[in-house]
Design a protein around this ligand. Sequence first.
Ligand code: AMP
Ligand code: MN
Ligand code: MN
Ligand code: MN
Length: 291
Amino acid sequence: MGLNGQLISIIDLHTHSSASDGRLTPAQLAHAAADAGVECLALTDHDSTAGLAAARSAALQRGLRFINGVEISVTWQARSLHMVGLGIDPQAPMLRRGLLELQAKRRTRAQAIAGKLEKLGVKNAYAQAEQAADGGQITRTHFARLLIQAGLCQTMQQCFKRYLKPGKPGYTRVEWAELEQAIDWIHTADGVAVLAHPLAYGMTSAWRARMFRAFVHSGGDAVEVHCGASSPAQVQLSAKEANEHKLLGSVGSDFHGPEQRWLKLGRVLTLPATVAPVWSHPRLREDYPKP
Ligand code: AMP
Ligand code: MN
Ligand code: MN
Ligand code: MN
């Protein structure tokens, strides 16, 4: 690793397990990552740290470096943003309390969404979603899968576009955490705050600049520069914006499961040499691959 700052080992700092909307259990995810050649893995489930212990133990068995992570739901300017926390202590009291609140909001929202989808013809939507989540967080992904099973949509994309996005009949608004709050929870848990997938919010560049300023003003540390299936042009744009706002850069697949055929664990995610990597942050260094 480390050639001109160019990333050559396989580092994946954004993934999901069955503790939220991923298909694999935390241990299966760690094994799949090891099989795919990942050397350093962070598990970042939506509003939950429940999978970390099992993922860590499997990752260590396979000789992977493992970083504790979480992806916190935030409402900023009436929009949903995602904050990834890396290197967090899941026992830290503020973070724990904050995530418990978000989990309660998720349950209330899931009941509301289920009620709406039942009217649209999905039978027993809440019970089915709860069963599919199997003790993990219920997300819109679970409802999207139900819509497909019920034959109301063919693809996940369609489910969100027709039913689950703001303005659509299955959508239910939630006030998630505030931006400053989420960053404080991450920092008081000794973690590093990363703005997830900045190009996935459908913002104009002016709105993005506002978001970056608010994130930096609230103490944010890093931004995802290469996430999921980012194109080279998107990576370049995010690298430029990371530098403009003096943020470190992170990389992650946002892997949810093998059914996302366009998105693989273990893809080499590159961070342009101009961006300082988030893994150089003092709070993460010890968890990172030895030189
Ligand atoms: P939630 O946090 O419960 O609102 O669910 C958000 C999750 O839904 C995201 O993390 C994605 O995994 C998934 N998602 C959102 N939009 C789409 C989309 N257009 N296609 C597929 N999955 C999506
Ligand atoms: Mn997700
Ligand atoms: Mn996200
Ligand atoms: Mn994610």
